[in-house]
Ligand binder design. Structure first.
Ligand code: GLP
Length: 254
């Protein structure tokens, strides 16, 4: 695991954007997994700037998003589909035909999830998966207890996730209770993971994920199984770590 700790969210966002841009420049037809949540917003703003000012070209990219609320149509303002077009895709030159975001209104969810997996496999798998982390350690909507080998499927949101995401809705009652999410196993299949976390609220989940035991009860800990993980943290999110992690080596602090 390569962990880079930087002074604040702006630097974290810029470093992450340089990482993503580096991949796109070296592989214009890359397959990239995108994430929602507040954390990647700074990264997305940087990618939009790079497109506008530096001509970063997204036209060859194939994208897959991690998750979507069940019951929200793509045009619903709190859907992750809407979020992605509003915060990133609408401001860069992605080819809409190569954008894949789970659809929360399908009838046969099981079959849809299997097809989503098949679509990822058909393009050769993900080169990079961008990840945030929940305060409870969830990756995408893989809540604690999710199998470490889980695949894309329907999940039930925990009460703390519903409470934490209620800030985007009129009330907690409006937060969907179910989601379609790529599984932990699906995420681990990506050739590289790029995990971002900022703020003291993430410090416990970050420490448990990077230094704690590997357990389904802390989905972020599954990243320990992956051979190529890049983590960008600000000081606050890194504050619980007992080790410096660099180039796959963990060295006690102090
Ligand atoms: C959401 C998403 C996750 C995201 C996490 C953290 O519920 N499903 O993909 O990483 O919660 O969100 P934030 O970045 O807003 O803290």
């Amino acid at each position: 695991m390569r962990v880079e700790v930087v002074e604040n969210y702006d630097v974290l966002s810029l470093r992450a954007a340089e990482h993503v841009a580096g991949l796109i420049k070296s592989k214009p037809k890359a397959v990239i997994g995108f994430a929602t949540g507040s954390t990647p917003l700074g990264l997305y703003r940087q990618l939009i700037r790079m497109h506008r000012d530096e001509g970063l070209d997204f036209s060859g990219l194939t994208t897959f998003n991690l998750d979507e609320y069940i019951g929200l149509a793509p045009e619903h303002e709190q859907s992750y589909n809407y979020f992605m077009w509003d915060e990133l895709f609408g401001s860069i030159n992605v080819n809409p035909e190569l954008v894949n975001i789970p659809l929360g209104t399908v009838d046969d969810i099981e079959q849809y999830c299997q097809e989503y997996e098949e679509k990822i496999a058909a393009v050769g798998g993900l080169d990079l998966q961008i990840l945030g982390i929940g305060t409870n350690g969830h990756l995408a909507f893989n809540e604690p207890g999710s199998s470490l080998r889980s695949r894309t499927r329907r999940t039930i949101l925990t009460a703390d996730t519903v409470a934490s995401n209620a800030r985007f809705f009129e009330s907690a009652d409006e937060v969907p209770r179910h989601a379609i999410t790529m599984g932990i196993g699906s995420i681990l299949d990506a050739r590289q993971l790029l995990m971002l976390a900022g703020g003291a609220g993430k410090a416990t989940a970050v420490k448990a994920s990077l230094e704690g035991p590997l357990t389904a009860m802390m989905p972020g800990s599954a990243m320990q199984l992956h051979p190529d993980v890049h983590v960008y943290l600000d000081f606050a999110a890194a504050s619980g770590l007992e080790y410096h992690h660099h180039d796959g080596i963990a060295e006690p602090k102090g």
